[in-house]
Design a protein around this ligand. Structure first.
Ligand code: ZN
Length: 329
């Protein structure tokens, strides 16, 4: 393929007309693709290798829930041959952006085939909290009905990448989309995907072992928004968050008060900051409860190149290191 490309480049440089029509992919040095956010961009880079050029819309430490696309983003989308999105309601702004850009790109939903985590309503979500509430209040039911109206706890949880087994599904979907767009690269995409999947399988085993080593009674923590449901379900840790699965609405005073009560009553050992969220709320909760601040977890975005989580694999390793050191007493 390289030789053929060089031959074509040579022919073009000499001003010779090519005797055969080439698909777009072969004419360009790399296939231009867009990924909606940094974690997905990392998956696409791993599978695409040197055949694709990946542009990311929501960059390192960015919050995709509240992203506001700029005209430059529409240009990136317009120039793309494929636009990879997470789906599951994560990028509420994507449809409008795609339309505004006028792009002909294929839109590929990378979570296709993943079992979405439906947000239980609070009755199931917060068993223990409600047990306390029922003791304390006569109108517990009315109270959480009110909470519901206040902000969105329901719906689909978009943070599927937080389970490594799901990341393997993202990779398979990306591989298939790249092969469809660039059949000449089939062998390369398959080889890249399979090598990376092997790394993900090793990572999954590592996360499982690290979480299993934490005493079960200590596997409960607070984060600012509810981004770790898939992680919790896969690895047996309970995450409790004052904010729902999106960062769009602020946590209500009532939700914060409820969590403070819960931390005290259940002796939840640690609260964690997130790289995409304002740390003030979590710091305030820590101060009022004497829970320790366990460090910073990467939820919805990678770090920049200098940070501890510039790839998905480093992000997951960073998170388990933070969790292990705060929770293993
Ligand atoms: Zn999120």
């Amino acid at each position: 393929m390289l030789t053929r490309r060089l031959a074509i480049a040579g022919a073009l440089a000499l001003g010779l007309s090519l005797p055969f029509a080439l698909p777009a992919a072969a004419q360009d040095a790399k296939i231009p693709v867009v990924a909606s956010f940094s974690i997905l961009g990392d998956f696409v880079k791993e599978v695409g290798g040197d055949r694709v050029s990946v542009t990311t819309l929501v960059g390192p430490n960015g919050d995709a829930h509240v992203f506001q696309p700029a005209p430059a983003d529409a240009k990136k989308v317009a120039a793309a041959q494929i636009v990879f999105v997470n789906g599951l309601g994560f990028e509420g702004w994507i449809d409008r952006l795609v339309k505004a850009s006028g792009t002909k790109a294929e839109i590929v939903v990378a979570t296709k085939g993943i079992t979405p985590r439906e947000m239980a309503d609070e009755d199931e979500d917060d068993h223990a909290a409600h047990d306390h509430k029922d003791h304390d209040h006569d109108h517990a039911k009315g109270e959480h009905d009110h909470d519901h109206a206040g902000h969105d706890h329901g719906g689909i949880d978009p943070h599927a990448w937080q389970s490594v087994a799901n990341a393997e599904i993202y990779v398979a979907n990306i591989r298939d989309a790249l092969i469809a767009a660039d059949p000449a690269g089939k062998a390369a995409y398959e080889a890249n995907a399979s090598a990376y999947t092997a790394e993900l399988q090793a990572l999954d085993a590592q996360v499982k072992a690290a979480m299993a080593a934490i005493p079960e009674s200590r596997r409960r923590i607070i984060t600012s928004h509810d981004a770790f449901g898939y992680f919790g379900a896969a690895y047996g840790i309970e995450f409790i968050a004052p904010q729902g699965v999106s960062t769009e609405s602020e946590a209500s005073a009532k939700d914060v008060a409820r969590i403070i009560r819960q931390i005290k009553a259940e002796k939840i050992p640690a609260v964690f900051m997130e790289n995409i969220s304002d740390p003030r709320l979590v710091k305030r909760i820590a101060k009022e409860t004497n829970a320790k601040i366990g460090g910073e977890l990467f939820s919805d975005a990678l770090s920049d190149d200098k940070g501890p989580a510039s790839t998905y694999i480093d992000m997951m390793k960073n998170n388990i290191t933070q969790l292990s050191s705060a929770l293993s007493s």
